[in-house]
Write a protein that binds this ligand. Structure first.
Ligand code: GRF
Length: 191
């Protein structure tokens, strides 16, 4: 049975940059049978272009610097409680959340990463995959722990690397897959 709008899982998206995944998740949340509503966007920098999608869609946004991680996380926890957020989707968020934060937030925290984890954790995934002459790459949605890109894998999508691929073509191909994968993975964990 389809979920009614009122019963959608209140979700926060954490970003630091372009926000194409945020945009995609907002569009997904508008679908009638989507299990989530996006109620909050958090960015650690005011320079994140993705913030424009929050503005355009009238979604509350908070910029929290993370200069003092402990204080920032406390602030975020308060907002999450106030807004009854039950799911956090990290989407290009460049900070590592503490164990304490993940434990305190009594919900689910997931992330999307542009590689076939456990391969190529961290930054520059496409460059490293190309340098290693990988035949395949892809993207992964996983649960977040305080260890970088290491939590339990929820879903992956694979793409073939062609001989003419470079960092930007690979990035483009994988982002396209990411936009399919993130909604599917969210459906999976909320069903
Ligand atoms: C994506 O490739 C995501 O997998 C990674 O950071 C990138 C964010 O892109 N964690 P965008 O800001 O959603 O466009």
């Amino acid at each position: 049975m389809k979920k009614l709008t009122g019963s959608k899982t209140k979700t926060a998206v954490f970003i630091s940059g372009t926000g194409s995944n945020l945009k995609n998740l907002i569009n997904f949340s508008y679908k009638k049978n989507s299990p989530i509503s996006i109620d909050l966007v958090i960015s650690n920098t005011k320079k994140a272009n993705g913030l424009t999608y929050a503005k355009k869609n009238n979604i509350e946004k908070k910029i929290i610097s993370f200069n003092n991680q402990n204080k920032s996380e406390k602030k975020i926890i308060n907002i999450l409680y106030l807004k009854k957020i039950k799911l956090i989707c990290l989407a290009g968020f460049m900070k590592i959340l503490s164990k304490k934060f993940i434990k305190k937030f009594n919900g689910k925290v997931v992330n999307i990463h542009p590689s076939l984890l456990p391969k190529y954790k961290g930054l520059n995934t496409h460059k490293r995959a190309l340098e290693n002459n990988e035949k395949f790459s892809g993207c992964t949605v996983h649960y977040v722990t305080s260890k970088l890109d290491s939590g339990k894998i929820i879903m992956q999508k694979k793409i073939k690397i062609s001989k003419i691929d470079n960092v930007s073509s690979l990035k483009r191909k994988i982002l396209k897959k990411e936009h399919k994968l993130y909604p599917e993975a969210i459906r999976k964990i909320l069903s």
